[in-house]
Each structure stands twice: as structure tokens, then as C-alpha cells.
Design a protein around this ligand. Sequence first.
Ligand code: PLP
Length: 414
Amino acid sequence: MEPTRTHSHGGSLFQELAPAPDPPVYATTVAYNKDPSPDKLHLGIGVYRTEEGNCHTLNVVKQVERMLANDLSADKEYLPITGMPEFNKLSAELIFGCGSPAIKESRVATVQCVSGCGSLRLGAELLAKLYNQHVVYLPEPTYGNHPNLLSAAGLTLKTYRYYDPKTHGLDFQGLMEDLGSALTGAIVLFHASGHNPTGVDPTCEQWEQIRRSVRLRGLLPFFDCAYQGLVSGNLDADAQSIRMFVCDGGECLVAQSYSKNLGLYGERIGSLSIVCKTADVAKRVESQLRLIIRPFYSNPPIHGAAIVTAILKDRGLYKEWTAELKAMSDRLVGVRRQLFDALCSRGTLGDWSHITKQVGMSTFTGLNEDQIDFLTKEHHIYMSYDGRINIGGLSSKAVPYLADAIHDAVNRFP
Ligand SMILES: Cc1ncc(COP(=O)(O)O)c(C=O)c1O
């Protein structure tokens, strides 16, 4: 028998561990931070920034934080396992609409989660533990952490066609064919709006065809809603795809994040909602979620939920939030237009109209790895190797610099 190794023998118990690589988006951030160039641009990580390049904190959030700090009656008692009840109620209403029949009929189980990633992981844990089909179809391409989150829970990953590199738009035919041949009962992950990384969303008519196909084949839709309000500037419009599925009385899961639309990245606040056929099933589902959460992190933190709840329950604050969101989404549209115009005015080789056709925080530029490598090495522009840039991280004053650099890269590696 091997002798037990202890620290008293000098070596670490973890000596044999191989160093793990940084996830790509963090590796890009590390490289960016090390770069001393004053011109450097970070268009990798999905954070909405000000014209000065700082992470944007919404005024309404600052206001609520002051209110919370002044409220000396608030204590730090543990929240329930499923989080703050008022937060859950208001979050469900935000996603499904106040008049949603599913909410009125108490068919929705909503629990507070550790932002979008935590909501996705919790949903995946529930499905891996209790749902009879473990195959999940992801759009190709998709948010880089989706495969990690879902496979870590024990689900088996497959993909469905989504993006057409020739048109820089939706491969609707491929998508419908792949849904049509998906395994019966399989889980299908959809981006509710503002698809990351492509910025390509189906139209309402296409969503309706997708919905019919999903229901026909008995697939289970799992929506990831990370950009509600930032895509069109309207919270209801950006949840429309989800609401179409809820309207038909069928079941679905929704992971909701307040990272981007309230700028609460580091607060890690979101929710998981599971829409069920009956109130009785929703109660059982919620009880099972409690069983998963308790040995995981016991119960969620207070602060982010308190901020969101204060905004969602107050008519005036909610109005301020929607006005700020509209301004943020207008800025995204404006910067897209400026980048497109700047490339056109330079006569940069290629058709760049997809930059203005795509929506939300992500733009899939179509730049190849050589061009991206060149942009980083020669022009200090950091972005992911799939060609996605975070439009939310691009200021108007940086547009000419980026356009010059793209022009240069395309000429060098046509
Ligand atoms: C599509 C998508 N889902 C989920 C997330 C995770 O967000 P959160 O920070 O809320 O965990 C992101 C973040 O970029 C995202 O783009």
C-alpha cells in the first residue's frame, strides 16, 4: 500500500496536478492587461462600457445602492434556499409578462440564482438528475461557457446549425432540419435574443416555425436570456421568443441574467424559471430545486437581489431603468453604424452590412484567425478568435482606430 503523503514530508499533496489553461476570454484579458500600448482595445469580454472604457454602472443602480445603504432596518439574515421571494415573483413577471397565464395559474417555479451561468447550471443539474433525456442541442456557434456548464452537469452535447458564414446571417433551413431530426424529448438551448456570439436572431415568424417544430417533436426548450432590453431597447420585445413558447401551454426552462441589462456583472444575480403544465408540478419542481441548491451553496446572497427587487417594484425606478436601457441599446446601434460607415469610407474589401444587421452586444465580424492575430500583434486589439467583437466595449472615439486596423488586416490577409 502507498504510504499516505502529508505536508510533513515536504511536498504538496497537489504536486502532481497539471496546470490548467485559462479559459480563452480570460486569457485575452490577461494579455490585454499586460499590454502597455495606450491605443489598446479590449473587445473580448462581454461588458457594456462607457465612452471612457469603464464598466458602465447604471444611475438607477447607484440610486438604489444609496437607498439600501441608508436603510438601517435591513438585516443580513439568510435568504430562503430559493432566494428572495419578491425577487423571484418580479423576475418571472419581467420575463413572462405581468399578465402571463402561466404565472396567474402558478405554473412557474422561479428561484434566485448566481447570475446567468448559475441559472444555466442549476437547470442543467435538475435535468441531468430528473429528466429522462440527457441530450442537449446547442446552436453552433454558441456562448463559450454553454458547453462547460451543461456538460459539467452530466448532459450530453450535440449541436444544431445556426449561423451561415456566407450570409453572416441565420441558417434557418439548417436549423429547422436539425430540429426536425433531433432526438425525441431532447433539450434544445435557445438564446432568447441578442445571440452570443453571432448577433443573429430569428424573426418572429421564424420563431413561430421553430416553436411548432419543437412542440411537434416533444423537445424541451431551455432559453438563455442574458440581454433582455439591450437588443431592441424594449424589455417585452426581447422576451417575445420565450413568451411565444409559454403561450402555447407547453413547458420550458428560462435562465435569466441581470449582468448586462442592469450592469450587475459582479453581483452575480439572475434566476431560473421552469414553466410547468400544472401548479402541482411546479411545486414539485421547486422542491427538487431546493434539494439541489441546499448541498450546493445552501442559499443565495442578498445584495444583487435587493437591488433588482427595488427597481422592479417601484414604478419610478423601473421607468428610469427602461430609459437607461433604451439609451444603452441606442448606443449599440449607433456604434455599429459608425463602424460600418468607417469601413465603407475606407473602401475596406468585403461586404460589412452584417455589422448593422446583427443585433445586441455581439458582432460576428467574419474576420479570420490570421487577421485577428494581426489585429492583436500589430494594433493591440484584443478579441476572440471566432471573430466576435463586443460592440458594447467599443466607444465612438475608438471606431476610426478599429476601422483602420481592420482595413490593414484585411489588406494584409485578404
Ligand atoms: C449568452 C450568455 N449567457 C449567459 C451569460 C452569462 O452571464 P452571467 O454573467 O450572468 O453569468 C453570458 C455572458 O456573457 C452570455 O453571453
